[in-house]
Design a protein around this ligand. Structure first.
Ligand code: UT7
Length: 328
């Protein structure tokens, strides 16, 4: 079987225009800018317009990534959309994106691994290229979490935001080469972060609506502990798979869930914060969109040099986790 080196050929990102600041939230729930900033590092987040759905955000990010990769819609063989909130339960958001892009040759499916979704999609998509089955795979992380946030629950509503990021994968052109991906899961923690109603276990009814079971439910403390542990373990595992050590790590693009989680990881790695991508202050936690938006920003603001070893690392509901190592 072929073992073709896979590269990220182009990146794209988009966030909705509307900003929701901590000061706005102070008017909505019993919270304060001071609490949110010190506990999470978040100052504002973006909220999709009423007529904007996950596929709308995904489409903008995808077009930008394809333009930068110089890949046309008809050159795309597969589209994977990582999301926890597709436009509809079915058909997949990937199919909606495929049609609007005019990517007529592409197969398309959604993938759900919560906040680790982009890393999962990157790993899955890259296999098709490595084996020679496909040449160009479009991988997207897109979320409109604001639609399932309970705006009266201060434990969750201050954390989340909307956005989308995309990457075109293809045979490496000698830069941004994927060196390894590493994935993990532990369903024993499934209850810690979930949207209880709307699926086959608890279909949406008047009662589930009245009980708020269609909202995001989260045990923040337990996720926090899991996250600190996992960020370290997944980063080490990804580097090891790539034949590298912590000393080789040049730049970290972590899932943006909480600044304290990221700082704890950086400290453990002995990594200065100038080598860590942070945009949680402006966007909050965008789940599967968090890493591709952060990676795109790291590149477009010139923070990544050719040859840098860049590690993306994520954790999230499921529980799931994963990392990807790229030589820029
Ligand atoms: O992408 C993966 C998904 N999620 C995460 O990664 C989240 C991980 N967890 C976290 O980021 C943190 O646990 C939180 C930010 C969610 C919470 O921070 P914490 O330092 O763990 O606070 P806590 O849950 O222990 O709550 C401390 C206090 C509580 O009050 P009492 O019970 O001590 O009186 C909360 O009710 O802070 C209260 N609180 C708030 N106060 C003001 C919780 N949310 C808020 C709020 N504003 N928004």
């Amino acid at each position: 079987m072929a073992d073709i080196p896979v590269g990220i050929l182009g990146l794209g990102a988009m966030v909705p225009e509307r900003r929701l600041t901590n000061q706005d939230l102070e008017q909505m729930v019993d919270t304060s800018d001071e609490w949110i900033v010190t506990r999470t590092g978040i100052r504002e987040r973006r909220i999709a317009a009423p007529d904007e759905a996950t596929s709308d955000l995904a489409l903008v990010a995808a077009r930008l990534a394809m333009e930068r990769a110089e890949v046309r819609p008809q050159d795309i063989d597969l589209i994977i959309v990582a999301t926890v909130l597709p436009d509809m339960l079915f058909p997949s958001t990937a199919c909606l994106v495929q049609e609007r892009l005019g990517a007529v040759r592409a197969a398309a499916f959604d993938l759900e691994a919560a906040c680790s979704g982009f890393i999962y999609a990157l790993s899955v998509g890259s296999q098709f290229i490595a084996t020679g089955m496909y040449r160009h795979v479009l991988v997207i992380g897109a979320e409109v979490l604001s639609r399932i946030v309970n705006w009266q629950d201060r434990n969750t509503c201050v954390l989340l935001g909307d956005g989308a990021g995309a990457a075109v994968l293809g045979p490496s052109r000698g830069e941004r080469t994927l060196l390894s991906t590493y994935l993990g899961a532990d369903g024993a923690g499934a209850d810690l972060l979930k949207q209880p109603a709307g699926g086959s276990r608890l279909p949406a009814t008047v009662q589930t609506l009245a009980d708020g079971m269609h909202y995001v439910h989260m045990n923040g403390n337990q996720i926090f502990r899991f996250a600190v542990r996992t960020m370290g373990a997944a980063t080490f595992a990804g580097l090891k798979k790539a034949g590298l050590t912590m000393d080789d790590l040049d730049f970290l693009v972590p899932h943006q869930a909480n600044l304290r989680i990221i700082e704890a990881a950086a400290e453990r790695f002995g990594l200065g914060m100038e080598k860590v991508m942070i945009n949680i202050d402006r966007y909050g936690n965008m789940s599967a969109a968090s890493i591709p938006v952060a990676l795109e920003e790291a590149e477009s603001t010139g923070r990544l040099q050719k040859g840098d070893h860049v590690v993306m690392v994520a954790f999230g509901g499921g529980l799931t986790w994963g990392s990807a190592v790229v030589r820029w």
